[in-house]
Design a protein around this ligand. Structure first.
Ligand SMILES: *Cc1c(COP(=O)(O)O)cnc(C)c1O
Length: 335
């Protein structure tokens, strides 16, 4: 066995995907499965797609490029860079966007390749992430005015981000604001806007808590599928949280005032805040670039050099472990 080892349970991830789809379909909401934490891994991504999601969404065009042979609509969820538009048009069908310069560039490449490229115009509803600020109606109108003149662009929808770093929680009021913006745009420009992309797994968490306007017809779900969590990392009762397990190897044991195990994983692979020891009697003490130091004094297990200690991982942890070339990955299809 090679360590550090990340074990990914595809069966549990598939169960999560099916249940997320079920929750969304009950409300006629389309599921864009966000796979950014899986670093373009085809095994995992194919398992998710097989469950019947509507769209495959990722934040890196390099990942979407790897998915080119998977027959499904693909969405880039990071606002594209001007320098990557040619690839964006080639390897995806839909993009979240916010800047007219970028949209014009997309139109240029779409025209070259004879495509109609779909965009979802992002509205910043207060979390100060991507999008045109919701109160700046003039700006929203002027951008849409320009978009509708572009022959190879379809304004497929408007969308918003919630509950990311800015910490804006989706509320009925905020979602209704998106609906109003969409309806105003449709009236003003005599157009039809098909999609309102109403956030992420955080919105899914609120399905039975707040009134989600029925015009919200798309969610971009990542954490709920990968780790069964939603708003503020809260677990969903009907989803698995233990989809991924990390095993790290003990390279030294110290008996001082307490008993410490030094393990061969460090900040280069994953920050210790992202790790959750499965043995509840183990405490994480410290970490540097190369080592993770654990207090194993209270553990009932007898650990020796060469043993592996297992951890659950957070979303951030999964992202960095999947991305690290120093972490072995293995996939299981049965519990
Ligand atoms: C990561 C991301 C998502 C998915 O969020 P989860 O909380 O993982 O469901 C949705 N939209 C955008 C723009 C993202 O960057």
């Amino acid at each position: 066995m090679k360590y550090p080892l990340l074990i990914i349970d595809l069966k549990k991830i598939k169960e999560n995907t099916k249940n997320v789809i079920k929750m969304c379909k009950e409300r006629d909401i389309e599921v864009a499965a966000v796979t950014k934490v899986f670093a373009g891994n085809l095994k995992v991504v194919k398992s998710i797609v097989e469950c019947g999601v509507d769209i495959l969404a990722d934040s890196r065009i390099q990942n979407l490029t790897k998915f080119k042979d998977i027959k499904i609509k693909k969405m880039l969820i990071r606002i594209p860079m001007m320098s990557e538009i040619e690839k964006v048009v080639k390897y995806s069908n839909i993009s979240l966007v916010s800047e007219i310069e970028t949209i014009i560039e997309i139109n240029k490449y779409a025209k070259k390749s004879g495509k109609i490229y779909k965009i979802i115009l992002m509205i910043d509803v207060g979390d100060l992430r991507e999008g045109i600020y919701f109160e700046n109606q003039e700006k929203i109108y002027s951008v849409v005015q320009k978009i509708i003149k572009l022959k190879n662009i379809e304004l497929n929808g408007i969308g918003a981000n919630f509950s990311c770093f800015g910490g804006v929680i989706p509320t009925e009021k905020k979602l209704k604001m998106l609906v109003d913006i969409k309806e105003n745009l449709e009236k003003k420009f005599k157009i039809k806007i098909k999609t309102i992309s109403g956030g992420s797994s955080g919105t899914l968490s609120l399905f039975n808590k707040i009134n989600i306007p029925e015009e919200i017809n798309q969610l971009r779900c990542g954490a709920s599928i990968a780790l069964g969590i939603g708003l503020n990392d809260k677990p969903f009762k009907n989803l698995y949280q233990n989809t991924c397990t990390l095993l790290v190897e003990i390279v030294e044991i110290k008996n001082k005032a307490k008993k410490y195990a030094i393990c061969a994983i460090g900040e280069q692979e994953v920050k210790h805040e992202y790790l959750i020891p499965i043995d509840k009697n183990i405490k994480i003490v410290d970490e540097n670039q190369d080592y993770l130091i654990l207090d194993i004094t209270d553990s009932r297990k007898f650990y020796k050099i060469g043993d592996a200690i297992d951890f659950y991982v957070t979303y951030g942890g999964l992202l960095s472990l999947m991305t690290s070339i120093f972490v072995e990955k293995t996939y299981i299809s049965h519990c």
